[in-house]
Design a binder for this molecule. Structure first.
Ligand SMILES: [Zn+2]
Length: 429
């Protein structure tokens, strides 16, 4: 008889230990802000659904599949199909937890909260974090990419979301659905492959000092990522400049050109009226000069003109000129003719036009001390070529680099450890 008792005691002990070891938190919900300042919102669902006051749990109606219900805000009051209600928040949810609520013809998992605000209604999607990621991962990375890259994206997006909880608290939700936070398109954009990447890494986050990290990511760094302080002014220990593997990115290397007049015009549109452009001061790539970060980002550029001189940050120049990144260099060129006329025979009087593919002549830059000054005389119809590398802020994980590493056989952990330094991957729930 004794062994049976022991067995039962043992089983109970194992169960208790199992319960005790689950000290990590439950999966959180996330509130995603979809729209603000709405006066009319049409809701529906692909299942039977209810509209309730989430505070009092009062029910304002149970509706059959596909019924369209109009919610409006008039005279500081909410109306459900023209019936005024006292509530300041309404919750729309399908009876079946797998149902989807439709708002303005887009489908969403979880519930939709409609809040009365001074300037109209705010529409929020409140749903479990893993279900939110089913939509974020395919929005942020093509699902045709290797599964290990998608898993790295899932872990980065999950960490970023937990870090960003309450980012929009003043507006009544956690994150917005745009690139400011992470792009979220509801359930219509989901697909099985991205969902697999989310499920395979369920609950896993990047931790630094036991806390989920600000897992910044971008399309392509152009050879090396940046230190956080060189882009945002804030030192973040795990966002360091590292070598990237994004050579196959279409934005790895790019080139755009401007005439001096175009450039002066763009500067003046942004309030920097320098007159006729006369010179640009900026070092070359890998010059090690103080106007560039270790990762190659431009810190400042000086534009001198007939009327004024301005010093602008690399980010400012990026937005004024519409550049893909702040890792760029400048060259001043004089275009040479692509055709020249030659006599077909001595004294014949006949000429023939032949193609000559001469490269444009690069105007030598002036070096004064540690600075490179590119002079523009405007006498030779010069063109200003801006050559650059990468796309986006170039901090944290490079998506094209993640793709290349996955193609070379690296797993998502190795990919994440490449771009985020001194972090660990652990289960948050
Ligand atoms: Zn946001």
């Amino acid at each position: 008889m004794g062994w049976k008792k022991h067995l039962i005691m043992g089983l109970i002990l194992v169960l208790l230990m199992g319960i005790q070891s689950r000290t990590f938190a439950a999966q959180p919900n996330i509130r995603v802000g979809l729209w603000t300042q709405q006066t009319n919102v049409t809701v529906s669902a692909n299942e039977v659904f209810e509209i309730r006051d989430p505070g009092t749990n009062d029910r304002f109606g149970k509706f059959t599949t596909g019924t369209r219900v109009l919610i409006t805000q008039k005279n500081n009051r909410l109306y459900v199909n023209d019936l005024p209600v006292k509530s300041i928040v309404l919750s729309v949810q399908a009876i079946d937890e797998n149902g989807r609520v439709e708002v303005n013809n887009k489908a969403y998992r979880g519930k939709i909260l409609i809040k009365k605000m001074d300037n109209g209604m705010t529409v929020i999607n409140d749903l479990p974090l893993e279900q939110y990621l089913y939509s974020v991962v395919p929005e942020e990375m093509p699902s045709s990419w290797p599964i290990e890259a998608l898993k790295a994206q899932a872990v980065a997006a999950r960490s970023y979301a937990i870090y960003s909880m309450n980012r929009h608290e003043a507006e009544g939700y956690d994150v917005c659905a745009l690139t400011h936070c992470q792009v979220y398109g509801g359930s219509n954009v989901e697909n099985e492959i991205a969902a697999k990447a989310v499920d395979a890494t369920r609950g896993q986050v990047l931790l630094y000092d036991h806390k989920p990290i600000f897992a910044a990511f971008h399309a392509s760094s152009g050879g090396s990522t940046e230190n956080s302080e060189d882009v945002w002014g804030t030192f973040i220990p795990y966002l360091r400049s590292v070598t990237d593997y994004d050579q196959n990115s279409p934005d790895y290397h790019w080139m755009v050109q401007f005439t001096p007049a175009d450039l002066s015009q763009l500067l003046s549109q942004y309030g920097y009226n320098i007159g006729t452009l006369q010179s640009i001061t900026l070092s070359d790539f890998n010059s090690g000069q103080s106007d560039r970060s270790v990762g190659g980002a431009v810190k400042e550029v000086v534009f001198s003109g007939s009327q004024n001189t301005v010093e602008l940050t690399g980010s400012k120049v990026r937005s004024i000129l519409g550049l893909k990144s702040t890792k760029f260099a400048i060259g001043v060129f004089v275009p040479l003719p692509k055709k020249i006329d030659v006599a077909i025979a001595r004294n014949s009087g006949y000429n023939k036009s032949i193609d000559v593919n001469l490269p444009d002549y690069q105007v030598p830059k002036m070096m004064t001390g540690s600075k490179n000054i590119h002079l523009i005389t405007d006498s030779n119809e010069e063109i200003i070529k801006v050559e650059g590398y990468g796309s986006g802020h170039r901090v944290g994980m490079s998506q094209w680099g993640a793709k290349a590493l996955a193609e070379q056989g690296y797993d998502y952990q190795s990919i994440l450890y490449t771009y985020y330094t001194e972090v660990s991957i652990e289960n948050w729930y």
